[in-house]
Design a protein around this ligand. Structure first.
Ligand code: C2E
Ligand code: MG
Ligand code: MG
Ligand code: MG
Length: 282
């Protein structure tokens, strides 16, 4: 009968959900332990390259979790789990601490490399966040302008007043603000003009096939122009081949990030490249 089918369907659905939430609970427990011990979660750094000079303009810190049993788990899989709980605040604090400690090491070696950190919605909207960033800058002795934060349009638009206030406070510390994955959200051009920003990062979905897709190339070109008209630095992410880089150079995009230029790598690999002048700092 229909009722029986519905019951069976429901039972199957419920079992699926139970399995799913069990997996999440296990993952959450493992994450809590990882945050307690503090040595499973590390950062890799991906170079942001100045397109016209070919020099290093900065790096983006990307979280890496090596689970003792399951091996590497990608941020796309564990950050949403963290974001559903207040553990995200501890995670953000650890990531910022690691990134600023590394920036201090580079400064002490004579390399002035800005380090950008991705900030989740919950952390950005946490009223204590700007003050905690200020405290970490003081503790590590890193000038505010050596730190960048990457936030998404979605984060800002989920609570514009709170987000804009936080961004203003961060920028008063000298911190540079980037809109990440730009183009995938829904902020209007009018809104963009009102936001306290320094940088636009064009999402890789527009960048990836721009050397063959006229539509995407036009979108990237007009975003670069829009960004420049608003006084922003424009970064293209996800450059995987030379033709894409050439197209971006032609368009006048400022910075590029992608596997074609450099993959995310451990801090030591960045230091090595800097020491051997394999990448000059812009
Ligand atoms: P995102 O901030 O947009 O970071 C760029 C992602 O694209 C990174 O993936 C990077 O490894 C990848 N990528 C870079 N170049 C290329 C390329 O040429 N081709 C392709 N296909 N991919 C490229 P990853 O490290 O897996 O990070 C995924 C996302 O997880 C990040 O996207 C960011 O939203 C989030 N994330 C990473 N680390 C953190 C963190 O510490 N905190 C927060 N809140 N989010 C983070
Ligand atoms: Mg990012
Ligand atoms: Mg991005
Ligand atoms: Mg992206």
């Amino acid at each position: 009968t229909a009722a029986k089918q519905q019951r069976l369907g429901f039972r199957r659905f419920a079992a699926g959900r139970t399995e799913d939430s069990n997996a999440r609970l296990t993952l959450l427990g493992d994450l809590r332990r990882a945050l307690d011990t503090g040595d499973e979660i590390t950062l890799h750094y991906q170079p942001k390259i100045d397109i016209s000079s070919g020099t290093l303009a900065g790096v983006e810190a990307l979280a890496r979790w090596r689970h003792p049993v399951k091996g590497p788990i990608s941020p796309g899989d564990f950050i949403p789990v963290l974001e559903a709980t207040t553990l995200i605040h501890r995670f953000t604090h650890q990531v910022l601490t690691q990134a600023l400690t590394q920036a201090r090491v580079w400064l002490d070696l004579g390399h002035r490399i800005p380090v950008a950190v991705n900030i989740s919605t919950r952390s950005l909207l946490d009223p204590g966040f700007p003050a905690r960033v200020a405290a970490l800058l003081r503790q590590t002795g890193v000038p505010g302008d050596q730190l960048g934060i990457e936030v998404t349009e979605y984060s800002i638009m989920s609570d514009p007043n709170t987000a804009i206030e936080a961004l203003h406070r961060l920028r008063r510390l000298g911190v540079k603000v980037s809109v990440d994955d730009y183009g995938t959200g829904y902020s209007s051009m009018t809104y963009l003009r009102l936001l306290p920003l320094d940088e636009l990062k064009i999402d890789r979905s527009f960048v990836q096939d721009m050397s063959t897709d006229r539509g995407n190339r036009a979108l990237v070109a007009s975003t670069v122009e829009l960004g420049h008209n608003l006084g922003l630095t424009v970064v293209a992410e996800g450059i995987e081949d030379a033709p894409t880089l050439a197209a971006l150079r032609e368009i006048g995009c400022d910075l590029a990030q992608g596997f074609h230029l450099a993959r995310p790598m451990p801090a030591d690999a960045i230091t090595h490249r800097l020491r051997h002048a394999l990448i000059a700092v812009a």
